[in-house]
Design a binder for this molecule. Structure first.
Ligand code: 1GP
Length: 240
């Protein structure tokens, strides 16, 4: 089964999906076995690998090491073309549709093609929507785009719907890694009402209550990075 079919099937069965984000820039290779062991014991269903600023070649080595220790699907969540590696299973082919920087809407995608055609990666076209959370995030800085205002829910929902009309298969609502506040449930539900494609939500989720709130509002797949980076026992408290 493809990654996308599995996501759709899981949603049809009312299953909640959780991706752990591993940032190659913040992860030591010699700690990966322990990290992945913790992920394997957790409720996580996917592993995302990527970051805003990662040196060339680092992602491939890390993905290889992760793959060695898990059966979970590994999906690239790349900040740049240099993070593409065929050692993963799939790639979020992100178009930053909250911004107006052509490089992140289509430019880097064209650059990526010569690499992607040489891989077996499942390409997942994803509308990536950055929403302001009170502080500047790495995505905002690196992409040189402005996030959408969190007060204009209709505009956020229209942006997501435009992505779906363009044929994107997933919408990712992003508060930014380490965001002070996660995306508000009211925003998630406003977007969800407009969509019949899977919805990913991430950024700033640090508690079981926030995770539950995201699912209740309509997130199908939630992404957690910082909370696990800071505390490797984080997922244990989600089980209770
Ligand atoms: C960032 O959405 C992800 O791109 C995860 O964010 O690191 O805040 O969990 P956190």
């Amino acid at each position: 089964m493809t990654i996308y079919s599995h996501i759709k099937t899981s949603i049809a069965e009312a299953k909640r999906l959780l991706a752990v984000l591993i940032d190659p820039d913040k992860t030591q290779l010699d700690t990966i076995e322990g990290i992945v062991a913790k992920i394997n014991q957790s409720i996580a269903t996917h592993i995302f690998v990527g970051g805003s600023e990662v040196d060339e070649g680092v992602t491939e080595v890390l993905v290889k090491a992760i793959k060695h220790h898990t059966e979970l699907p590994i999906i690239l969540f790349p900040g740049d073309v240099t993070q593409i590696t065929d050692k993963a299973d799939g790639i979020l082919f992100l178009s930053l549709i909250s911004g107006r920087n052509p490089d992140y809407l289509i430019g880097k995608h064209v650059e990526a093609v010569s690499k992607l055609v040489k891989t077996q990666l499942e390409v997942l076209p994803t509308g990536y929507i950055l929403i302001e959370n009170g502080k500047q995030t790495a995505v905002e800085r690196v992409s040189n785009t402005k996030p959408l205002s969190r007060t204009n829910k209709q505009h956020i929902a229209d942006t997501a719907k435009a992505g779906a009309f363009l044929g994107m298969q997933l919408i990712y609502l992003e508060a930014g890694s380490g965001a002070t506040h996660p995306i508000e449930p009211e925003i998630i539900s406003a977007v969800k009402q407009e969509l019949n494609i899977p919805l990913i939500v991430g950024g700033g989720i640090r508690s079981k209550a926030q995770l539950e709130a995201a699912y209740e509002a309509g997130a199908n797949l939630v992404v957690i990075g910082t909370a696990f980076e800071n505390n490797q026992h984080f997922f244990e408290q989600l089980k209770s």
